[in-house]
Design a binder for this molecule. Structure first.
Ligand SMILES: [Zn+2]
Length: 445
C-alpha cells in the first residue's frame, strides 16, 4: 500500500470519477464511516434503506405489487430487520418465470445480466447504475481492509470463460494502467500456467485474487515444482466456496493470508473478511443477509440455513429476500476489529452442493476430507441422485486404493438405507462456468 504509482493512479481515478459525475468515492467515504457504526445503528440504517426500496418496488414493480398485496401495504410497517420475515422469499423460479414483471417501470440505464447456467436453470436480471456505483465503492472498501488499492500490481487467476474476450486497444491500455495480469484458469494447461507464473515472478504482484480452485491449482503447482517464489501482501479468494485445506495450501505457498470474499452475479459484494479473519463481514450498508429455514423464518445465530439476500441498492430490479442458493451461518459474537458490519461465521456452500439424507445436512467438505490424501484418487465427484441414492464418480490416478473401504466409511456416515454406487471415469469436466463441483445434490433446486 501507499506506493507512488498507486497514489497517483488513485488520484487519477478520483479525478476521472469526479469529471464523469461518478459518485463511488463519495459513497466510499460514507462506507468508511458506516462500517464502524454499532449493530443497532446499522440496523436502523438498513431499515431506512429497505423501506425506500420496498416503497419503490410496491410502486414500480408489477410483480412485487401483486405478490405483496395484503401482505404489506405500507413500508413503514417494517420496524426492524426481523420484520422482513413477514415478506415472501424470492426464488430462482420466481426470477425465471417473472423477470419481466419484476423490472421496475420507468427505469433508465439498465444493464442486463444472467447467471446460473451451471445449475441448469439460468436466470436473467437487471442492474442499474446506482447498484454498480455502490458495488464499486464496497469493493474498494473491502480492498482497503486488505491493504490494497486500485493500481497496486495485481495478478488474477480467473476461471469464468465468459468473462474473457479479445481486448480492445483501450481495454488493454486500461489493464496496463491498472497494472493487472490476468490468467484465464478455465481449462488452463500446465504450459500456460507455467508461463504465467514465470511472468509473475518478475512482475511481483502486490496482491493476487481469483477463484478458490484456480488459486489452489496454482499453489499446488508451485509447491510440487518448487520453481517459483511469489510473495504478495494479500490473496483474495472469490466466486467459489473456499475450503479450509485450500486456504491453508494457498497461504503456505504465497506466504500470506487469504481473504475470503462473497458475492454473486445477481448481487455482488455481499461479504468480505477483514484483517481479523473471524468470519465475513456482511456489507450491511448496501445488503441484508438473513439466514432462514425453508419457510423463510430467520434462524438463530450459529445455525446453518439458507441465505436470503436483500439488495438495498438496485432500484431497477429489486432483490428482496432472494434465495441466492447458498447456505451459511451467522456468528453470534461481533468481530474483534470493532466494525459493526455483522459477521457470517461461514458460507457453507451452494445448497445444491450440500447433501441431505434423512433430514441431516452432509457438507461437501466431508467428502473433500475423505478423498484428500488418497493418492489413488485423482479426481472425484459425489452426486446425490435421490433421497436414497448416492453416486460417486472417481478418476483413478493409477496408485492403489480400496473403493470398498470408501463405501464402508460413507455408509457408516449416511446410514444403511442409502445405496452407494461407484463409477470409474476417465475425466470429470468442470462446469461451463469453469467452476468445479465436488458434490451435487440433485434433490434440491
Ligand atoms: Zn472484522
Amino acid at each position: 500500500m501507499g506506493n507512488l504509482y498507486t497514489g497517483i493512479y488513485g488520484k487519477y481515478l478520483r479525478l476521472k470519477a469526479g469529471l464523469k459525475g461518478d459518485r463511488q468515492y463519495d459513497i466510499l467515504n460514507s462506507l468508511q464511516k458506516e462500517q464502524w457504526l454499532s449493530a443497532e445503528e446499522l440496523q436502523r440504517l438498513q431499515v431506512e434503506r429497505f423501506r425506500k426500496i420496498l416503497a419503490h418496488a410496491l410502486e414500480k414493480s408489477a410483480w412485487y405489487r401483486e405478490k405483496l398485496k395484503g401482505v404489506i401495504d405500507n413500508p413503514h410497517d417494517i420496524a426492524s430487520i426481523g420484520d422482513l420475515s413477514r415478506l415472501p422469499l424470492l426464488t430462482r423460479d420466481d426470477l425465471q418465470d417473472n423477470y419481466k414483471e419484476i423490472v421496475c417501470s420507468g427505469c433508465e440505464g439498465v444493464y442486463e445480466d444472467a447467471s446460473g447456467g451451471s445449475t441448469g436453470n439460468p436466470v436473467v436480471f437487471y442492474h442499474d447504475q446506482w447498484y454498480r456505483t455502490f458495488s464499486q465503492a464496497m469493493e474498494n472498501l473491502s480492498l482497503s481492509w486488505m491493504g490494497v488499492a486500485k493500481g497496486d500490481r495485481t495478478a488474477v487467476f480467473w476461471g469464468a470463460d465468459r468473462d474473457f474476450h479479445e481486448y480492445s486497444f483501450k481495454e488493454k491500455l486500461a489493464l496496463k494502467m491498472e497494472r493487472l495480469r490476468i490468467l484465464n484458469s478455465f481449462n488452463v494447461d500446465e504450459a500456460a500456467l507455467d508461463r504465467f507464473l514465470k511472468e509473475l515472478q518478475s512482475f511481483k504482484p502486490h496482491y493476487i485474487f481469483g477463484y478458490a480452485s484456480s488459486l489452489h491449482l496454482a499453489a499446488k503447482y508451485i509447491n510440487s515444482t518448487g520453481k517459483y517464489r511469489i510473495r504478495p501482501a494479500a490473496v483474495k479468494s472469490s466466486a467459489e466456496m473456499l475450503y479450509d485445506y485450500q486456504r491453508s495450501d494457498i497461504e503456505k505457498v504465497f506466504g500470506t493470508k487469504v481473504y475470503n470474499f462473497y458475492g454473486s452475479r445477481e448481487v455482488n459484494n455481499l461479504a468480505a473478511e477483514c484483517p481479523a479473519h473471524e468470519g465475513l463481514h456482511v456489507s450491511a450498508s448496501g445488503r441484508i443477509i438473513e439466514v432462514v429455514d425453508k419457510n423463510g423464518l430467520a434462524l438463530p445465530d450459529g445455525e446453518m440455513g439458507y441465505l436470503a439476500v436483500t439488495d438495498l441498492t438496485n432500484y431497477t430490479f429489486p432483490f428482496i429476500r432472494y434465495l441466492i442458493g447458498d447456505m451459511g451461518i451467522r456468528k453470534t459474537e461481533p468481530c474483534s476489529c470493532g466494525r459493526g458490519y455483522p459477521l457470517l461465521e461461514k458460507i457453507t456452500g451452494r445448497s445444491s452442493d450440500i447433501l441431505t439424507f434423512g433430514g441431516k445436512f452432509i457438507h461437501g467438505e466431508y467428502f473433500t476430507h475423505l478423498f484428500y490424501g488418497q493418492p489413488g484418487v485423482k479426481q472425484f465427484q459425489v452426486i446425490q441422485e435421490t433421497e436414497k441414492n448416492l453416486l460417486i464418480k472417481i478418476v483413478s490416478s493409477g496408485s492403489y486404493f480400496d473403493p470398498e473401504q470408501i463405501v464402508t466409511t460413507i455408509q457408516e456416515k449416511l446410514g444403511p438405507k442409502v445405496e452407494i454406487k461407484i463409477d470409474f471415469m476417465d475425466t470429470i469436466a468442470p462446469l461451463k462456468s469453469g467452476k468445479y463441483r465436488f458434490t451435487i445434490n440433485k434433490t434440491v433446486l
